[in-house]
Design a protein around this ligand. Structure first.
Ligand code: ZN
Ligand code: ZN
Ligand code: FE
Length: 752
């Protein structure tokens, strides 16, 4: 007997080959009916024998196309209409497109095989793609996702390509960026006034330049990279000089997993991350030092090729480990427009490998690592964004603007919290422009209007994102305290909105309820019930405002203020520069000093005492230096960081460190003992607070917990207690996760 089912599939199911997959699946099960894309995803009407329908649905759920992300499959009985065949029906547009656009995908195995098969039409073609792979978000100009609304609108498909595009049985059916060497975009090579056209010739030239130790700007998916041979110290040093990037580590691209394994120690979990479809940069312990690539750092960031062009470069003889860093001057956003890139990068790159396909929006490489509590995304961008990171039950859309550093945006629509790509530090003009574009982008893509919108921003009155929020037309506006947003980010991604926890948030800077700089905070509560600050780091003073974050010795002047009998820190072994005295004078006269509970500055202080007395050149540098130092030491007994009276007291540890240093104890050992002591202090505080608040779970977040040694120590101490320890996984523990936490705290007060 013939039955019929109506099936609704939601998630990332458009632009990923879902309809041809349904078409082929229906054919194998002898079903008739239709499939179509609409504003909510994919709708299917299927008719046939009951058992055939059942196995059809099982396979639909169990083995969707590789690029699809099925969020739900709803099946309901339907009237039999007596269809004679199964068809793909053209897109139906509705008022609000809630179907999600897929993040960019790495080139698939099938396309790679064709790329290197001389008899194939697209042999050697750097823009080869199909419905299972290739660019998505980086080429989308509007929704629904169709070729005229991508940056490929200007290329007309040839007869062969459009044949594949129209054939439901073909892997390239409705592949929007579809092209071939005859009809699509190409790469060209530019070296001064010389231009080499033709993909093969251009790639060969670029390979030659890289092998000769030159720096080549290469256009990728979401922007330009600056590339050079990672094994050539001179080339790497030159890149640093030209890029004004003194110490911050560069990422490398390994030609394949084998080369990656030889460069870094890859745990099985790290290898899963490295080869995942997101293809992030994975931070892992380096096996050998590559001169200048990752200075003073035991870790190295490695990624694998993800575009056909990358594979072609390696196959044509590029060095098998390339520095691949975002093409920009230090800390500006990645360059992605050709004229802009050629202009801005002319002083850095010796030559350019330029692709003709425009990039719709800039997207950086993502960064991930396997930490003490499992894999965690540290920078959420290419391959991850945009995508839903949590479900938040709201009826109205919510726009959360994030923090000013490492900014991301989260938009909640129909209960899905969609997080943007990493935007960057809003103090840079280009990042601020990207911030505005990203907001507009998310609003347009999800067809959200201002009069319906709830806007959440940071409590900091001087944040650029706060000023922006205040000018944004909306239905309602709310400020959320920075560190509460950090705690909420962890709970939101786990869907634990009612769970009562102790939240521990350690970072560099956040604006507190009392207008002082917070950064060592303990909270009790839940997302729906709100978070009470129940304890914090002992407060210190910080002289000189912003400069205190750049000069560890300046933070030291504040954190060591009021200590009697301190030795002269400008003398050996400390050797602090003059700046330290100037900072001390500010502290002593209480001029331009600020109260703070920042653990970031505490790390700076310890780093200064152990030898990091220069200016930092990137955020968190001194703290990373201290962690690296500690990793070089074996077991060391700990410094006491007592928790009493709702305060975690760092002073005894600092005094002991000063004393040990004078006595000549090794700096690595001191650094290790400091980590252990602080972790012990955190664990003691958590145990006490969990008991007081009658909860069994602690949440840690904030940039300081990117320090894996500290996290591992805390986990080890809590391991002997019944307390569960949670941290971020999908969104960064640094300020990149703030926007999700803000969005979640919109719900505060709406629950029990
Ligand atoms: Zn493919
Ligand atoms: Zn073609
Ligand atoms: Fe923060």
């Amino acid at each position: 007997m013939t039955c019929a089912r109506s099936i609704r599939v939601r998630g990332i199911v458009q632009g990923v080959g879902f309809r041809p997959f349904v078409f082929r699946l229906a054919a194998t099960h002898g079903l008739t009916g239709w499939v179509l894309n609409d504003g909510d995803g994919v709708r299917i009407h299927a008719e046939g024998r009951d058992d055939a329908l059942t196995s059809f649905i099982l396979e639909l759920e169990g083995h969707p196309p590789p690029a699809a992300r099925v969020e739900s499959v709803e099946v309901s009985p339907a009237e039999v209409s007596g269809f004679e065949q199964f068809q793909i029906i053209d897109s139906v547009l509705r008022d609000r497109p809630t179907a999600r656009i897929s993040p960019d995908l790495p080139v698939c195995e099938a396309c790679l095989a064709e790329l290197f098969e001389p008899t194939e039409r697209r042999h050697g073609y750097p823009y080869i793609t199909c419905t299972n792979c290739g660019p998505r978000f980086s080429i989308v100009l509007g929704l629904p996702y169709d070729r005229p609304r991508t940056t490929m609108w200007n290329w007309r498909m040839c007869v062969s390509c459009s044949g594949e595009y129209r054939d439901p049985a073909d892997r390239r059916f409705h592949a929007q960026p579809l092209a071939c060497g005859d009809c699509g975009p190409h790469y060209l090579f530019r070296d001064g006034a010389r231009t080499v056209a033709g993909d093969e010739a251009a790639i060969t030239e670029a390979v030659g330049a890289l092998r000769a130790g030159r720096i080549v700007a290469i256009k990728g998916l979401g922007g330009y990279h600056l590339a050079c041979d990672a094994a050539l110290g001179e080339a790497v040093a030159l890149l640093r000089t030209r890029k004004f990037r003194k110490d911050r580590p560069f990422a490398v691209m390994a030609s394949d997993v084998g080369v990656a394994r030889a460069a870094v120690v890859l745990s099985p979990e790290a290898e899963v991350l490295l080869t995942s479809r997101q293809r992030p940069i994975v931070l892992a312990p380096a096996r050998n030092e590559l001169r200048g690539v990752s200075p003073e750092n035991l870790d190295l960031g490695v990624m694998l090729p993800y575009t056909p062009l990358h594979h072609l470069l390696f196959a044509r003889g590029a060095p098998d480990l390339l520095v691949m860093t975002s093409a920009n001057h230090s800390s500006e956003p990645i360059a992605y427009r050709d004229d802009d890139a050629l202009d801005r990068l002319s002083g850095i790159a010796d030559a350019f490998l330029v692709g003709e396909r425009p990039i719709a929006r800039r997207i950086d490489d993502s960064v991930a690592t396997v930490g003490a509590l499992g894999p965690v995304v540290l920078r959420r961008a290419r391959g991850y964004a945009p995508s839903s990171v949590a479900r938040l039950p709201t009826t109205h859309p919510i726009l959360a603007l994030g923090a000013d550093l490492k900014n991301t945006i989260t938009l909640v629509v129909d209960g899905e919290a969609v997080m943007s790509q990493h935007v960057g530090d809003l103090e840079h003009h280009d990042a601020y422009v990207a911030f505005e574009e990203t907001i507009r982008d998310l609003m347009v893509m999800h067809d959200v209007t201002h009069d319906d919108l709830g806007v959440v921003h940071d409590l900091h009155p001087q944040y650029a994102s706060t000023s922006y929020a205040l000018t944004l037309p909306c239905r309602q506006r709310r400020a959320v305290q920075h560190h509460r947003a950090h705690v909420a980010s962890v709970l939101a991604e786990r869907g634990e909105l009612e769970k009562r926890v102790i939240g521990v948030v350690f970072d560099g800077t956040g604006y507190g309820d009392d207008g002082t700089i917070w950064g060592g905070e303990f909270f009790a509560g839940s997302v729906l019930g709100g978070f009470r600050r129940v304890a914090h780091l002992r407060a210190a003073v910080l002289p000189g405002g912003d400069a205190a974050a750049r000069w560890p010795v300046q933070a030291a002047a504040g954190f060591l203020a009021g200590v009697d009998g301190l030795p002269d820190l400008t003398a050996p072994p400390f050797g602090f520069p003059e700046r330290y005295f100037a900072a001390r004078r500010l502290v002593d006269s209480s001029v331009r000093t600020f109260r703070t509970t920042s653990v970031g500055r505490l790390f700076d202080t310890v780093a200064a005492l152990l030898g990091f007395t220069r200016e930092v050149t990137f955020e968190g540098q001194a703290a990373i230096w201290l962690e690296q130092l500690a990793r070089r030491a074996g077991a060391a007994e700990l410094y006491t960081v007592p928790f009493a009276g709702a305060e975690l007291d760092f002073l005894p540890a600092l005094l002991a460190i000063v004393e040990d240093r004078r006595r000549g104890r090794g700096v690595a050992e001191i650094a290790r003992a400091f980590h252990r002591g602080l972790a012990r202090g955190i664990a003691d505080a958590v145990v006490a607070l969990c008991e007081e608040e009658a909860t069994d779970t602690a949440v840690v977040s904030g940039g300081v917990f990117q320090n894996d040694l500290l996290l591992a120590d805390v986990a080890a101490y809590l391991g002997s207690t019944p307390i569960h320890l949670w941290t971020n996984r999908e969104v960064p523990p640094n300020d990149g996760g703030i926007s999700l936490g803000q969005a979640a705290l919109w719900l505060e007060g709406s629950g029990r």
